[in-house]
Design a protein around this ligand. Structure first.
Ligand SMILES: *Cc1c(COP(=O)(O)O)cnc(C)c1O
Length: 595
């Protein structure tokens, strides 16, 4: 392949590596290897996998967590200064996002300089950070269902100097809080009316599982008059991953208006707004406001929030309770391709007449006749009494149809002044030319490693560890090692701003369309290289550092793989350590059953 057909720069775009939250740490080198960068030191991920002899691993880049924390604090300081905002930032880390001890330790140690505290939602989470609670002091926000056992524990920490903000949601909790007023602060969680359009926006509105309505609060105050003085904080949470900045702004406006009104009604000590989580992580950084690609940055978030909060006469402090933005980038799932198979049928014998494909004058005609032909084919495939010969013919027909359409479309685009985007007008054609031709069997478990793919159809960026200086060969689906049909990953959002040669938009071997310049397109498979025999070809799933550790499932007894921890030494050098490395990964039979 000539150089003009591909470039590392194009790979950066196609694989979504120009990303404001992780480009500091993850990049491609000139020879096409995916590398982790820390303080100017680089390590090829392939070298790390080979060094420890692993077929799969979680690679944790701990400096990415610290960097995200620094970005948050810096963005707040800059935007609050620009807006002449006087309220302070109170950052806390919500443990439900990732309570892995390595992660919590990183956040705690680095967070000391910013007084970064914790948010806990259960007694168990509280117990998991006991060692930090007795070490120093800070801020502790307590959500979730509260018990007197939990409050006794909180009282102890409060008396040692922790600032405990207990957010209540019911009469029972108000009564409970009333008994501990000399040590803890009280907040109230309200149901926001703003709709944020997040996948989790069912956590808002009156039917939300969480919080109280304003009416309910006003009635409760009659029974618990101490609340008028005791309430310091109002808490609203708009659901995780709010991808539209306008929704963030609306939520901030709603919160600050409620704060102002309540102050007028005599809640004179209200001086904190906890906006919950919601700051969206750019799984894809195209800023289009889709579920995977928020239309704003951390800086834009604070701008929107503070411009709403400024309307308040006494600027409230802001509790920053976002965790997804802090931990997402740090965890990379790396998995080896163990085998490759055909995705669909192959050509074997003669087929039905497919001349209509060659004869089609333009895409419009091709689309129309394809729609008709596919119906005929589907009817034939639906019959039960086919013998082996008829099956051969049907399979060959389907295979040849796909191959002919793919090559015809490629020729139509390359030989004519047609724009690549022309294909977007024809859904059947588009689906065929972006369909996978290969199935890669990969050493991972979607249920254990990226469970949110099944739970909320979360998008994760997929990148090969090698050959990023070569044009991808095929579109492939990634089957995992479980025996579950849902254990397959094949959706891919592709975006490149431009190509120099239309040939660059097609894969090298199966001639699939993998990009349309200037347009975000959804492919049915992932652009990858066909590993040669004996080649160590690995794939990385990026941004798996939020929620995935905590939600991991043990389907087919596939448990956790080894972990490669990347950190910096006190001299600022790259430091690499392998945890559970003797297990070698999922394909080692010795450990496959140990969970
Ligand atoms: C889940 C949750 C968070 C964390 O939200 P992210 O946007 O996922 O970081 C914060 N606060 C509360 C109350 C939550 O339930």
């Amino acid at each position: 392949m000539s150089d003009s057909e591909w470039s590392v720069e194009l790979a950066r775009e196609l694989y979504g590596l120009n990303n404001y939250m992780r480009q500091e740490f993850i990049d491609v080198d000139d020879e096409g290897f995916l590398v982790v960068k820390v303080n100017g030191y680089r390590a090829r991920l392939l070298d790390l996998m080979k060094k420890f002899g692993l077929s799969n691993a979680y690679v944790r880049v701990l400096p990415a967590i610290r960097w995200a924390m620094d970005q948050v604090v810096r963005a707040y300081l800059e935007t609050s200064e620009e807006a002449q905002y006087r309220g302070r930032l109170i950052p806390v880390y919500p443990l439900k996002v990732d309570a892995n001890p390595v992660v919590v330790e990183t956040i705690w140690r680095h967070g000391r300089r910013y007084n970064w505290g914790f948010e806990v939602g259960t007694l168990q989470e509280l117990k998991s950070i006991e060692k930090y609670l007795s070490e120093e002091t800070g801020v502790l926000v307590v959500d979730g269902f509260k018990t007197s056992e939990e409050l006794e524990a909180l009282k102890k920490h409060a008396e040692r100097g922790w600032r405990v903000i207990l957010t209540i949601e019911s009469e029972r909790e108000a009564e409970l809080a009333g008994r501990f007023l000399d040590s803890i602060e009280v907040g109230v969680r309200l149901k926001p009316m703003t709709r944020t359009g997040s996948k989790w926006s069912f956590t808002m509105g009156f039917a939300s599982k969480f919080g109280m309505t304003l009416n309910h609060l006003m009635m409760m105050v009659k029974d618990f008059p101490f609340l008028k003085k005791a309430l310091t904080t109002i808490h609203v949470h708009g659901g995780s991953q709010i991808t539209d900045i306008k929704a963030v702004a609306r939520l901030a406006h709603e919160a600050v208006s409620i704060l102002e009104d309540l102050r007028e009604l005599g809640f004179e000590n209200l001086n904190v707004i906890d906006l919950g989580g919601g700051l969206a992580y750019p799984y894809l950084d195209l800023r289009d406001g889709s579920h995977e690609s928020p239309n704003y940055t951390v800086r834009d978030y604070f701008k929107a929030v503070l411009s709403a909060f400024r309307k308040s006469k006494r600027h409230p402090d802001l509790v920053f309770e976002n965790g997804r933005i802090i931990t997402s980038a740090h965890r990379i799932v790396v998995a080896k391709v163990l085998e490759t198979r055909e995705y669909g049928p192959e050509e074997y014998e003669e087929s039905l007449d497919l001349d209509f494909i060659e004869r089609a004058k333009d895409m419009k005609e091709l689309e129309r006749s394809l729609v008709e032909f596919r119906e005929v084919l589907a009817k034939m495939e639906g019959k039960e009494e086919w013998g082996i010969r008829a099956k051969h013919i049907i399979e060959t027909t389907r295979a040849r149809m796909i191959n002919s359409v793919v090559s015809k479309v490629m020729r139509m685009v390359l030989d004519n002044p047609l724009e690549l985007s022309e294909v977007l007008k024809y859904p059947t054609l588009f689906k065929i030319v972006t369909s996978p031709s290969k199935r890669f069997i990969v050493s991972y478990s979607l249920f254990a490693d990226i469970p949110d793919k099944t739970i909320v159809n979360q998008y994760f960026q997929v990148v090969p560890l090698t050959r990023l200086n070569e044009k991808p060969h095929v579109l492939a689906s990634l089957s995992d090692l479980t025996c579950d049909s849902m254990g397959e990953y094949r959706e891919y959002y592709s975006y490149v701003s431009r190509v120099y040669d239309k040939r660059q938009a097609f894969t090298g071997m199966d001639s699939r369309l993998m990009a349309v310049p200037g347009v975000k397109v959804k492919l049915g498979g992932i652009p990858l290289h066909l590993p040669s025999s004996g080649e160590d070809y690995y794939i990385a799933f990026l941004d798996t550092g939020a929620y995935q550790d905590m939600l991991a499932m043990k389907h087919n007894l596939i448990g956790e793989p080894p972990e490669i921890i990347i950190d910096e030494s006190s001299e600022g050098e790259l430091r690499v350590e392998c945890l559970k490395c003797e297990s070698k990964g999922y394909t080692d039979m010795k450990t496959a059953g140990q969970v």
